[in-house]
Design a binder for this molecule. Structure first.
Ligand code: ZN
Length: 345
């Protein structure tokens, strides 16, 4: 089959587009899906670069998000049929450990992510556990469906489950262009929160307002955006900050919080070592809450909102699978607003 693969860790130059990769065989509890669209995530870049302790079976195929059609089913799979259009929760779990039995799939002892630890979706076929699948409604487009899963389940778990977001609260989203943040803005609005956004430029600020942000600040025009948020909230601060940037924004995010506020994070695009002003933590009774990916319940809930049109996956651009490196360059340049897709079939 055709696939974007790599045989060793490194920069984008290690990527290869090949047409001789064997079609995977589904295990008894898995579905084999013929991929139509896959979506890029920052995770792709981290996995390809590699880290100490990451052991992949090469060639490795990246890609955590896809839409596609069931091509084959393992012997034990019930409730699905060949030909159904599906997406999948990219969170992988064992189903047996205490966290899994409590429904906390993203805390599984054997936690893994599709495309990170096992072969992903930049290929004609991908195999996934059937319990991860959700059917795409007949009238819903394949490209928009592929743009939703990872960022949707991640943002939903972060804000609703881990963050306990309530109607009437104020949420500051730091950065507007990434897939998680464009979904977080919409989920916060759906939950009845008022949304503030720090955007990289005026155009991204305007796009954030289109998604439901009621107040935006362009950090090029206002580098001291934390003070601007403070002023805009009547010197109270916000209840929740979503910061997936890390060191570059961390202390400013903490300063923007109201007393009792929560800082939520699911990533750090500028690194992982950030200075925390401890006096702010105790002085303002702040909480820092991390989470990663989401449970199957989170996935089913967020996809139901997507299918109903209450959350709109934002598509930045679409590339053919063979041009995956060009799509990756756009992601790494930070130029995208929303999801970058590759069309496979
Ligand atoms: Zn488990």
């Amino acid at each position: 089959m055709r696939a974007a693969v790599f045989y060793r860790h490194g920069g984008p130059e290690v990527l290869e587009y090949r047409d001789d990769i064997p079609v995977p065989q589904p295990a008894a509890d898995e579905a084999l899906v013929q991929v139509r669209y896959a979506a890029l995530n920052r995770l792709d870049d981290f996995v390809r670069t590699g880290w100490k302790g990451l052991e992949l079976a090469f060639p490795h195929i990246l890609g955590s998000d896809f839409s596609g059609v069931i091509a084959a089913l393992g012997a034990d799979v019930t409730g699905w049929r060949v030909g159904q259009r599906v997406v999948a929760n990219p969170t992988l779990w064992c189903g047996r450990c205490p966290q899994c039995r409590a429904g906390q799939h993203n805390r599984c002892d054997a936690f893994a992510i599709l495309g990170e630890h096992i072969a992903g979706a930049y290929a004609e076929f991908v195999r996934v556990p059937a319990r991860n699948l959700v059917a795409i409604p007949e009238d819903y487009a394949d490209d928009a469906a592929a743009a939703a899963p990872l960022v949707g389940v991640t943002a939903w778990h972060m804000l609703i489950r881990a963050g306990g977001l309530r109607a009437g609260e104020t949420v500051l989203v730091v950065g507007a262009g990434g897939g998680v943040n464009s979904m977080a803005i919409q989920i916060a609005r759906l939950a009845g929160a008022r949304v503030y956004v720090v955007a990289a430029d005026a155009e991204k600020a305007a796009r954030a307002r289109d998604l439901g942000a009621e107040w935006t600040v362009d950090r090029q025009a206002e580098p001291n955006w934390s003070r601007a948020v403070w002023a805009a909230t009547g010197r109270r601060g916000v209840d929740v900050v979503v910061d997936n940037v890390g060191p570059a924004t961390w202390s400013a995010s903490l300063r923007a919080l109201a007393k009792g506020g929560r800082l939520l994070t699911v990533g750090g695009t500028t690194g992982y070592e950030a200075a925390t002003p401890v006096n702010l933590l105790f002085g303002k009774h702040l909480s820092i809450i991390g989470s990663t990916m989401g449970t199957q319940a989170d996935f089913e809930q967020v996809m139901a909102q997507v299918w109903a049109g209450r959350l709109t996956p934002v598509i930045d651009s679409v590339y053919p699978l063979a041009d995956y490196p060009a799509a990756l360059r756009r992601l790494l340049a930070g130029a995208a607003f929303g999801k970058i897709l590759v069309q496979v079939a």
